[in-house]
Design a protein around this ligand. Sequence first.
Ligand code: BTN
Length: 270
Amino acid sequence: MDQKSLENALAKLPLRNIRYYERIGSTNDEASRWIAAGAPDFSVLVADEQTQGRGRGSRKWFTYPGSALAFSVILRATPQEQAAGAIAARFAGLGALSVCLTLQQGYQLAAQIKWPNDVLIDGQKCCGILAETEWLGNDLSTVILGIGINIAPGSVPPAEILRFPATCLETAAAKPIQRVQLLAAVLANLQKWRAQLMSRALIQQWEENLAYRGEIVQIQSAQPEGHNPVLAEGRLIGLDSLGRLKLASGAAPIRYIEQGEIHLRKKGRN
Ligand code: BTN
């Protein structure tokens, strides 16, 4: 992977700009600097290695050279999107949906979304997404969609530092995966679904691909030291139009869970 091979592979996509880094701190951090310098909508940053990769909740995200796909996409909110409000959640779902559908359609992998935006195969995480937002007053101006996909076995961190079981695409597919091809396919899906960001179809697709549908799940507080009190429990029945998770529990009113510093777990699993 290098600047030239990326440009060639992505030539058919209407991308505004693409930058490749052999080694960088975090593509999300670099994206933020690029935004300040005027990066256009749909600019993409790709790194072979990240030395300060970040996950949700200030956790570390490891990107070892040659083994993973780590990239950030800069999305500028349109005036219509801004006017609609509550769209940050949809942007997060957009990333997960694009990866999930790419793995299903292009690689015949039984990918699912662990709400809000992790992608699982066989119950193991293969992709994490960090959606970071920049605001102008009360208006969402820009979203940085940072996507990390485990490709080769060497991309999966050792089990003792994982909070959730992980896998990689080459193990799941039992064949080599070309990172640049995968990136092109994810970006194509991202562009397709970005055009439908405010649609019911996006929420429907996100919902249809959720892991643990119909099962009893717990929402746990995400404490750094592994103490994760249960905040809510119930049967996962789907999403509402704001991308909130809906949990049902007997005759009690449905609970709506917002994205935040929480973990979703199937009941009975840590
Ligand atoms: C998570 O599962 O906690 C989210 C992980 C997001 C990792 C990606 S890799 C590219 C981008 N740059 C970062 O520093 N993080 C995201």
